[in-house]
Design a protein around this ligand. Structure first.
Ligand SMILES: Cc1cc2nc3c(=O)[nH]c(=O)nc-3n(C[C@H](O)[C@H](O)[C@H](O)COP(=O)(O)OP(=O)(O)OC[C@H]3O[C@@H](n4cnc5c(N)ncnc54)[C@H](O)[C@@H]3O)c2cc1C
Length: 446
């Protein structure tokens, strides 16, 4: 790649977290970027819109971040959005079931003690089951460096069974945790992803295990700011501009053919689109992209006539809805709206259920575990189904996530699904964007 002069130009395909992280990191170093986004809006799978009936901002799915999202925080700082997120003061998760509430509250102790002490205090789990957590803690401690080699062919369920986790502790703690963080059935999900999350989220500093949520709608958190950042440095962001084909000469990327028919030439390209989209314009360079599969997430937004929940968020146990987020507790424009976002992750069996039925079942679940919801009147609802929320994080898929560098010179791959070692999350997307930008900058010497 001849990137030795300042006129070098990089095409970034996709305007989600990965694409905008890559574009801003390149622009920061004086590289001219053109972001190409097929849709009329940026944000990809993490965006927000206005609900017509209430005027409230609704995310396509409530996104939870953690203090260990270091690259995401670096991206938000770069574009000036770091103040738009709430950092919850201590790692705390409330769990609600038909018998009442219990909370996992981690004290400010060094990791992993804070998590273990938090678990010991958790109600609804026997002492023997709590002590069995020590086996998980020990397995994590003794396999920090080689866990991928050791557990690469195991599912989460197999790994938890190996370390003596009972059906009850799995149902009450591990399964909701795994489904929320990996968006896949624990029987299929790759164990290494759970281990990575535990090491990073709960094996680092106290700050790393704090929960972080945007105060504003997701689109408002990062998309406009990233465009301003790129444009101020001579770059461009083009909406409704899909890539139809890559132009590759002698094994080297030289340009992209656009939906308009135009061909845009560039010195390098970062594609950040999901695998099925990449298959459409570059399938010949990668194997079996369309077999990665996808896992759905459903969000049922409910508006009540009165407050029904105090905590900012809670895990629901023994219900079809797994998590409830109380928008009034953290969203700037929802202080008095009594707006709850209820989440069903790995929602395979609910993806085809009509919206009215989803609202009814979400309301039933909520009323089963949250007494105040029984008296409250439902004023309005809005369901968002994301059929392809993440790639299906199975053991087999985890082994074949592609690397940033590809067989085509000057073509780099980003996106939450590439080989970052993380589950398909905002942090994985941003890490991938930053790594691709670093590889390009290294070759340019910028
Ligand atoms: C409902 C839901 C809840 C979630 N919850 C969480 C959470 O709590 N915490 C968390 O960290 N993560 C969560 N995630 C995951 C997170 O949203 C994703 O990991 C992240 O947004 C992926 O970003 P990306 O840039 O890799 O991909 P995308 O956001 O998919 O961006 C790719 C972009 O490429 C564009 N594109 C596709 N084809 C073309 C083409 N041919 N030409 C040009 N552009 C193209 C697409 O339109 C898209 O905008 C959730 C996701 C969903 C859907």
């Amino acid at each position: 790649m001849d990137m030795s002069n300042t006129t070098s130009h990089v095409i970034v395909i996709g305007g989600g977290f990965a694409g905008l992280a890559a574009a801003t990191a390149l622009a920061e170093r004086g590289i001219r970027v053109t972001v190409l986004e097929r849709r009329p809006r940026l944000g990809g799978r993490a965006y927000s819109f206005t609900d017509d009936a209430t005027g409230d901002t609704v995310d396509n799915g409530q996104h939870l971040m953690m203090g260990c999202y270091h690259e995401t925080m670096r991206f938000l700082e770069r574009i000036g959005s770091e103040k738009l997120v709430n950092w919850f003061p201590a790692p705390r998760v409330d769990f609600l079931d038909r018998d009442g509430a219990a909370a996992l509250i981690c004290p400010p102790l060094p990791a992993p003690l804070h998590m273990l002490v938090g678990m010991i205090r958790l109600r609804g789990i026997s002492l023997v089951e709590k002590l069995s957590l020590l086996r998980v803690g020990l397995a994590l401690q003794t396999s920090k460096k080689n866990f991928r080699a050791k557990y690469g062919d195991m599912s989460v369920a197999e790994w938890l069974t190996k370390y003596g986790q009972s059906a009850r502790i799995r149902e009450r703690f591990w399964d909701p945790f795994v489904i929320a963080t990996i968006n896949e059935d624990p029987a299929k999900a790759a164990a290494v992803l759970l281990i990575q999350v535990l090491n990073q989220g709960f094996g680092g500093t106290f700050e790393d295990s704090k929960m972080v949520i945007s105060k504003v709608g997701l689109s408002e958190l990062y998309t406009g700011q990233a465009v301003t950042f790129v444009e101020a440095r001579g770059g461009e962001v083009r909406l409704q501009t899909g890539v139809k084909r890559l132009v590759v000469e002698n094994g080297t990327f030289v340009g992209a053919e656009l939906s308009s028919g135009e061909t845009l030439m560039a010195d390098a390209c970062v594609s950040t689109v999901p695998p099925a989209d990449l298959a459409r314009f570059a399938g010949e360079y990668f194997l079996n992209l369309d077999t990665f599969g996808a896992a759905p997430i459903i969000s049922v937004n409910l508006w009540f006539d009165r407050p029904v929940m105090d905590a900012a968020f809670a895990g629901l146990i023994g219900t079809r809805v797994q998590w409830a987020f109380n928008k009034s507790a953290f969203a700037e424009d929802a202080a008095d709206s009594n707006h709850l976002a209820l989440i069903i992750s790995a929602a395979y069996e609910f993806a085809r259920v009509p919206n009215e039925e989803l609202v009814a079942l979400a309301l039933d679940d909520l009323r089963a575990v949250m007494p105040r919801a029984r008296e409250a009147t439902l004023l309005h609802s809005r369901v968002v189904k994301e059929f392809t929320a993440t790639f299906s994080a199975t053991v087999a898929n985890e082994r074949r996530r592609p690397n940033y560098k590809t067989a085509v010179a000057n073509l780099f791959l980003g996106g939450d699904w590439v080989n970052t070692g993380l589950p398909a999350t905002i942090e994985s997307a941003v890490v991938s964007g930053h790594r691709c930008a670093e590889l390009i900058r290294t070759e340019k010497g910028a």
